[in-house]
Design a protein around this ligand. Structure first.
Ligand SMILES: N[C@@H](CCC(=O)N[C@@H](CS)C(=O)NCC(=O)O)C(=O)O
Length: 201
């Protein structure tokens, strides 16, 4: 049984909650962080005061993308390419997601948590930066069906989570056909619908 700590309205927690469903892993999730606060027991496992953290077979692990890589390596090798080049390309977009999160942060916090509108300068700047970065992802998705390579895998998960926010925020978006088509395929996945396609809060 894998235990996941973290509130589900966190992008980084959604990654793990989605991944364990994709991989068919027995798990439970315990709310932590945000309005739930942190227990002393949790902070002993993860002194960063951040979510998510998991425990699996005695291993305590934090950093969401490290968790995704561990889950694939330990339980679901099909979710990570064995080809070094293909794997590296997937890793690249997993790491790039943190830059995207920085770009989209003001639009997300402004529209979802601070009641601002898209015309507010910080929101508009963030929306514009997000669109510029998503154009790069769109160009990448013109070259292969999944960020993980020929089939879906963990490299699709970080930006998959952020893509839902991108397409849900009330911001102007350019036509990005490859990105839109990838997002449409993600939306057909039951684990994505259950854990990612939930109201933004
Ligand atoms: N690099 C870390 C970032 C973790 C992070 O920023 N988590 C946010 C939620 S998305 C957090 O813990 N915020 C404080 C809180 O929820 O109380 C990871 O990928 O796990």
């Amino acid at each position: 049984m894998i235990t996941i700590w973290g509130r589900l309205n966190s992008h980084n927690v959604k990654k793990i909650a989605w991944a364990v469903i994709e991989m068919g892993l027995v798990h439970r999730r315990i709310d932590m962080g945000g309005s739930f606060g942190f227990t002393p027991g949790y902070l002993a496992m993860n002194p960063n005061r951040m979510i998510p953290t998991i425990e699996d077979n005695g291993l305590v692990l934090w950093e969401s993308n490290a968790i995704l890589r561990y889950l694939a390596d330990a339980h679901a090798p099909d979710f990570r390419s064995s080809d070094p080049a293909e794997r590296a390309l997937g890793d690249k977009w997993m790491d790039w997601q943190f830059h995207f999160a920085d770009a989209q942060r003001d639009a997300f916090l402004g529209c979802v948590r601070q009641g601002k509108v898209g015309s507010e300068p910080a929101v508009a700047r963030s929306a514009e930066a997000s669109c510029a970065m998503m154009a790069l992802l769109d160009a990448e998705l013109a070259t292969r069906p999944w960020l993980s390579g020929k089939r879906f895998g963990i490299a699709d998960i970080p930006m998959g989570v952020y893509a839902h926010t991108f397409y849900t925020l009330p911001i102007p978006r350019p036509d990005l056909p490859h990105l839109a088509e990838w997002y449409a395929r993600l939306r057909l996945r039951p684990g994505y619908a259950e854990t990612v396609m939930i109201p933004l809060t």
